[in-house]
Design a protein around this ligand. Sequence first.
Ligand code: PMP
Length: 363
Amino acid sequence: GPEYVRAIAPYQAGKPIAEVAREYGLDEANIVKLASNENPFGIPESSRAAMLEAAADLGRYPDANGFELKTALAKRYDVPLEWLTLGNGSNDILEIAAHAFVQKGEAVVYSQYSFAVYALATQGVGGRAIVVPAVDYGHDLDAMAAAIDADTRLVYVANPNNPTGTFIPAAQIEAFLQKVPARVIVVLDEAYNEYLAPEHQFESSAWVRKYPNLIVSRTFSKAYGLAGLRVGFAIAQPAVTDLMNRIRQPFNVNSLAQAAAVAALNDTPFLDQGARNNADGYRQMIAAFDELGLEYVPSFGNFVLVRVGDDDGAGARVNVALLKQGVIVRPVGNYGLPQWLRISIGLPQENAAFIEALKKALG
Ligand code: PMP
């Protein structure tokens, strides 16, 4: 195989509950998983009902163009259907963008400590990564704009960012978009957008109207609670969307996922409940970190990055101590953050179980 494929370090997903139960001799029912930024409420009831109905038609292929879902999204974001691309999770969107716009040897710009899939998508097409040093664990957009060279085809920006939870205000994003040459595609990855407080929300689809090189990426995996179904989508102008739709798999979003996403999209009570729980849970987490004197990065997502020790073994060591107590979180050594752990915000009792286990783990 190509050398650039052999150089890829595989994505490290959160450990599954069943695996941890077996490995540490624990009862699955007692395990708390706060490792993958999943929605602690699970799938919305409205989506469950829609899936049951859609199940009757599983002998057929999914709608290759996702007509109903795109229609619902078009209405919600006030864009034509031709501006939408569906993905098998937004992960798929990130990869489709690389496939559609980057050739072997061309460059992709992204930030240090930004989402791991940017590196994977870049390497997957034999692209050259330009990794721009972070500032305060977040994107340095001025440096990222300056890093764009003649070979650069794509820039990934995560807002909020995973795993650090940092957020870039609207004015800074817009200033950045104005600096990026029109020949360079910007993927604005807004996987955690729905967790932002109203004062931080902005109409990113309005920017798509203004910037023909912008792709806004969203997901149903987080606030909408459909991580297991794999649905994401992109909003971009038709010329860009057309290319993405040529390169994507024809049936990349399955029938159950399409039906569930339509239902979830308009389930405002579910979203509101999730946002409230997340805000409360975040306060619960950082109160504990303050009490324990632990440094954390202020987060705008449904997770928080906390520094659990001063030595480079700290993250791995505390992670194992938590696993032994049945709490699964995410070590981020692969991001170059070996002293830190990323904790997803769960239900109040899950957060409490984590905090108790953390206190024991730290001795
Ligand atoms: N972008 C960011 C910043 C993420 O954290 C994630 C999930 N970890 C994704 C995209 C991809 O999520 P999904 O494929 O489930 O939409």
